[in-house]
Write a protein that binds this ligand. Structure first.
Ligand SMILES: [Zn+2]
Length: 128
């Protein structure tokens, strides 16, 4: 597993603070940041993130509801909106990361309590 995947999932599982992940994200080069945003969206799609997850995630993200990534993420369809968020200009990357990781965390928490309850084969749900 890549360190980026581990960090994203540690946040989702409560093992790492969002602010800590944001500090790590901020230290990356712009093209690496873009790649990480794509990874987060891939995880959020696998977790079937819904518009309800988006609304709840946004509340936890620390991003003001008037900011562009926030305005986009609470619209439907969520998959399409996540695609728009990762295509925002680099100046929005950190806010987009906060929003997307928070949305993924909500969706993934539900999945771990349902489909993945007990045990599952997902490496990212079995972090040691
Ligand atoms: Zn799983």
């Amino acid at each position: 597993m890549k360190s980026s995947e581990r960090i994203i999932n540690e946040v989702a599982q409560g093992g790492r603070a969002l602010d800590d992940a944001v500090a790590w994200f901020s230290s990356l080069e712009q093209d690496q940041q873009r790649a990480v945003l794509h990874e987060v969206v891939r995880f959020a799609m696998q977790a079937n993130a819904s518009v309800e997850d988006a609304r709840e995630g946004l509340l936890r993200s620390g991003v003001k509801p008037t900011m562009t990534p926030a305005v986009l993420i609470i619209r439907e369809p969520t998959v399409e909106q996540m695609g728009k968020v990762i295509n925002l200009p680099p100046g929005e990357y950190v806010k987009s990361f906060r929003v997307l990781v928070s949305v993924f965390a909500v969706a993934d928490a539900r999945r771990r309590e349902t489909d993945c309850r007990g045990s599952c084969g997902h490496a990212w749900h079995n972090l040691s």
